[in-house]
Design a binder for this molecule. Structure first.
Ligand code: 13P
Length: 248
């Protein structure tokens, strides 16, 4: 499997900044690159993404296809705007916008029905980690979010382990912590989907930067990285593309 580097821009960058970012990005076919941009930028970035051969993603969507949900955007809208994938269940959605496992499950189902790939984010909070229930939380998040899927729907599915306490913290989880949780996720995917569960990429996210990426990519069952803050600077991100390429 090619190593994967996905930037999650969160609520940052406007179109001029995004276009100059894409203009400076190198073409690299050794790895899979994705950028999850604000939904308003997707259409404008589509041609650039095609030229670079990268995946374009959104960061959230509503679980229903259409209807009276003022301000919301569905999988159909994201596809229409040019998205290849969507991030679902990011902890900022869960914590700040009270998104539940039930909603995440519905979103996963809707993305699959519409033909939109997804990155499912899972991860425990600091409190859950301290209470010793981190494994349980992550296992439950995986099981509930993917409960409606069968093996053929797994194409294009990715999971990202993002411990909530490591996001934006400047310090990622330790190699041991990452290895342990990625193994747990891999075991769960195999329980759910048999052999096919081995082919679902598992990304690590949480304070990944150009200095720690190489070490993180060496950890067993780490197929790539989901990068927040460090994905906003084109030079840094380009450096991370190079590092990911060298780790492949
Ligand atoms: P940081 O890389 O800024 O810690 O954010 C990680 C993240 O939330 C990616 O989805």
């Amino acid at each position: 499997m090619k190593k994967i580097l996905v930037g999650n821009w969160k609520m940052n960058l406007v179109s001029l900044e995004a276009e100059s970012f894409f203009a400076s990005m190198p073409i690299n076919r050794e790895i899979t690159i994705g950028i999850a941009a604000p939904a308003t930028l997707l259409r404008g970035l589509r041609d650039h993404a095609d030229r670079l051969g990268i995946l374009l993603g959104a960061q959230n969507m509503h679980e229903n296809k259409a209807g009276p949900y003022t301000g919301e955007i569905s999988a159909a809208h994201l596809l229409d705007a040019g998205a290849d994938f969507v991030i679902l269940g990011h902890s900022e959605r869960r914590v700040l916008f009270h998104e539940t496992n039930d909603q995440v499950e519905k979103k996963v189902e809707s993305a699959v029905v519409e033909g939109l790939s997804f990155v499912l984010c899972v991860g425990e909070t600091r409190e859950q980690d301290e209470e010793g229930v981190g494994d349980e939380v992550v296992t439950h998040q995986i099981r509930s979010a993917l409960s409606s899927l069968t093996e053929p729907n797994l194409k294009g599915a990715m999971v990202a382990y993002e411990p909530v306490w490591a996001i934006g913290a400047g310090q990622p989880a330790t190699a041991d912590q990452i290895e342990e949780k990625h193994q747990l996720i891999r075991d769960e995917l195999i329980k759910l989907f048999g052999e096919e569960g081995k082919n679902v990429p598992i990304l690590y996210g949480g304070s990944v930067n150009a200095d720690n990426l190489e070490e993180i990519l060496q950890i067993p069952n780490v197929d790539g990285a989901l990068v927040g803050g460090a994905s906003l600077d084109p030079q840094t991100f380009n450096e991370m593309i190079e590092i990911t390429g060298e780790s492949s």
